[in-house]
Design a protein around this ligand. Structure first.
Ligand SMILES: [Mn+2]
Length: 324
């Protein structure tokens, strides 16, 4: 691990021409670590491009970047591809995945089960976020965590730690946040950009979805869903379901929370959350998804009803095993 961070530090210092990418449907850690890497490369005077197959989601439109994020793969081949927060190589999207050659890939990630698909792999599941790892690189490269770089790292930290509340929040995470604040970040200016940023349609969608929330297994499983009809009725978009699963997780009895989002063509996107030692990553993996022990997701090809039935059965098995 120490070897990898030092190798990557040296490589970034000595090399040029990078493509910086993160996973499709990017979350705050994916876009935050990407923006952070972009600001580091900018301050070192490097040539680079940014690519994400989904582009920059609307809810992060305030994020400052030295250049736009391309949704098309650049025509000229980069010397190096830096993958950020990608637990599997195909998370970069099919187009780039088909072209990506291992000898050119630098894989920086914190997901369990990362198959080490790069030439250099720095994968540490103990670190809160990929953004925290990028901040360590910045320190190695003597780039201060001030201004836009600090804000990008802070976005990654709060996103993956649930505002410093999950078990992955380490003393190092808090020290890093302290360093960023010391260098000028104002939490009271930052929080509204990320948190007080809902659309009115989102509130309508959440109201509709929450009014139909369901509990199973003596209240240990909380389920909430957003159907295509709900989107049509409220005018909300898929992005507006962000955080839906976290609301049902607040219920006192709930150990595992799951949200479903109907995407059309019988594709159901799911998000799973758990509290404590309940490992819901294993459940996501069985449906072809992935993530972390307490936060995972994926896609099921089924109707909403069938997806819910399959998922609840599987969660129940995991909870039963735990209580044995
Ligand atoms: Mn992450």
């Amino acid at each position: 691990m120490t070897t990898s961070i030092n190798q990557i530090t040296e490589l970034i210092r000595g090399e040029d021409d990078f493509l910086v990418v993160s996973h499709y449907n990017p979350d705050g850690d994916a876009v935050g670590s990407m923006a952070a890497m972009a600001w580091i490369l900018t301050s070192l005077g490097k040539r680079f491009r940014l690519y994400n197959i989904s582009g920059l989601p609307e809810r992060f439109s305030w994020l400052r970047l030295p250049m736009p994020i391309d949704q098309e793969i650049p025509s000229s081949k980069p010397r190096w591809t830096i993958t950020l927060d990608c637990g599997e190589p195909n998370r970069v999207g099919q187009e780039l995945f088909k072209r990506m050659k291992k000898p050119q890939v630098i894989n920086i990630d914190h997901h369990q089960g990362n198959p080490l698909f790069g030439r250099i792999n720095w994968v540490d599941t103990e670190i809160s976020s990929t953004g925290e790892m990028v901040a360590m690189l910045a320190n190695n490269l003597d780039v201060p965590l001030s201004g836009d770089l600090g804000e990008a790292i802070y976005l990654a930290l709060v996103s993956d730690t649930g505002w410093f509340s999950y078990g992955n929040t380490s003393p190092a995470t808090m020290e890093l946040a302290a360093e960023i604040i010391r260098l000028g970040l104002r939490p009271d200016h930052f929080t509204p950009k990320l948190q007080y940023n809902w659309t009115a349609n989102k509130v309508r969608l959440l109201g509709k979805a929450m009014s139909q929330a369901r509990l199973y297994c003596n209240g240990k499983i909380g389920v909430v869903s957003a159907s295509e009809e709900d989107f049509a009725l409220t005018g909300a978009t898929g992005e507006d379901t962000e955080g839906l699963v976290d609301i049902i997780r607040n219920v006192r009895s709930v150990k595992v929370a799951v949200s479903f989002r109907e995407e059309g063509g019988h594709k159901i996107k799911f998000s799973l959350r758990s509290t404590g030692d309940t490992d819901i990553r294993q459940i996501a993996v069985r449906f072809g998804g992935g993530g972390h022990i307490n936060a995972s997701g994926g896609t099921i090809n089924a109707t909403l009803e069938s997806a819910e039935h399959q998922m609840v059965t599987m969660i129940q098995d995991v909870l039963d095993l735990e209580s044995e």
